[in-house]
Design a protein around this ligand. Structure first.
Ligand code: AMP
Ligand code: MG
Length: 329
């Protein structure tokens, strides 16, 4: 299913919740209230659905998204909790606290949702409508704020409709969201670090930790291209191999990250070829981007040649991430 030209708005009745779950399962987009702000939900395990979500928001770049789950048990299937994370989850979930943790080996969340990172942001929201949808759907839901990129976060269904009508499938109206600001984000990848202030005050977190929260390096929270300490809070995925962008042809022995049709000559010269989208669809390319980069990197080529990708639609965000991946190594 693609985003509908008409966006339905319904109340949080049982039939609408069932509908929301069906739409999510089909790769569609559903806005719903959480206690912080309205989220724009997509199946976290479906790369195409996640790509559509970025497109609907008009995000110029892929920021990693928060996976919403019904309880700590569901979160444990996605990420590894250290002691601090377990204490914070026990104290504040459900609630406006997001934890960034190492991805579990069998984590089913799509690579695009984490922008290719080895860490995942998870949260258990505290809102009956969000829980009804999570329970009915049965899988993690990524849900950034349900607004166009650069606009303020929506706290009513009317705000969502004003921003996203015609771009998403369904809006579940559950009234005004009580907290009204986004969740507080804490990374537990070593010393707990405050990545974003939000609906849960820092002091409450520090009381549970019996310690001050560390401040995040500036580059860990914004979209700056500054290099970060290895393995920690890297906001940009970078492969080991060199990236050669806008490659018209593959050189012998290079890995080729293709887009659109590939000439037999290039296919022959390349050590390995993976195609982001043989039919030249930027949504499909976005969904495949990080998984393909990783696969080519682990194939051991020194250079990954990346064919030109038009800047249309999600192509702009794909090119943005490719440029950061090329610069970040
Ligand atoms: P939101 O826009 O409320 O969905 O929050 C998403 C924000 O969470 C991103 O812009 C990042 O700042 C942060 N975030 C999500 N995942 C990660 C991660 N794996 N590492 C660091 N920050 C993350
Ligand atoms: Mg937002």
């Amino acid at each position: 299913m693609t985003a509908q030209s008409t966006t339905r708005v319904t109340g949080p009745d049982a039939a609408s919740i069932a509908d929301a779950a069906r739409i999510l399962a089909a790769g569609g987009l559903v806005a719903f209230p959480t206690e912080t702000v309205y989220g724009l939900g997509a199946d976290a395990t479906n790369g195409i659905a996640v790509a559509r979500l970025y497109e609907a928001k008009g995000r110029p770049a892929f920021n990693p998204l928060i996976a919403h789950v019904p309880d700590i048990g569901a979160a444990q299937a996605l990420v590894a909790f250290d002691q601090a994370a377990a204490a914070l989850a026990a104290a504040f979930w459900p609630g406006p606290l997001t934890l960034v943790l190492p991805k579990a080996a069998a984590c089913p969340v799509a690579a695009l949702a984490t922008a290719g990172l080895d860490t995942l942001a998870v949260r258990v929201p505290n809102h009956p409508v969000a829980h009804a949808i999570l329970d009915a759907f049965g899988k993690p839901i990524v849900a950034p704020s349900a607004n166009r990129s650069g606009h303020v976060s929506p706290t009513t269904a009317a705000h969502v409709h004003a921003d996203l009508a015609g771009r998403i499938d369904l809006i579940i109206d559950g009234g005004q969201t009580p907290v009204g600001v986004e969740s507080t984000i804490v990374a537990c990848l070593g010393e707990p670090m405050l990545l974003r202030p939000g609906g849960l005050p820092r002091e409450a977190i520090e009381r549970v930790l019996k310690n001050k929260l560390h401040a995040a390096p500036a580059a860990a929270t914004d979209n700056g291209a500054a290099p970060l300490s290895p393995g920690m809070l890297a906001t940009h995925y970078a492969p080991r191999a060199r990236l050669r962008l806008n490659a018209k042809h593959a050189e012998p022995g290079e890995a080729l990250l293709a887009f659109g049709s590939v000439s037999p000559a290039d296919a022959g010269r390349a050590k390995i070829v993976l195609n982001l989208s043989p039919r030249g669809d930027p949504i499909e390319a976005a969904a495949n981007l990080f998984a393909h980069l990783r696969a080519l990197d682990s194939a051991g080529a020194g250079t990954i040649a990346v064919m030109p990708i038009p800047d249309d639609g999600l192509g702009e965000a794909v090119n943005d991430r490719l440029a950061r991946a090329a610069a970040g190594r």
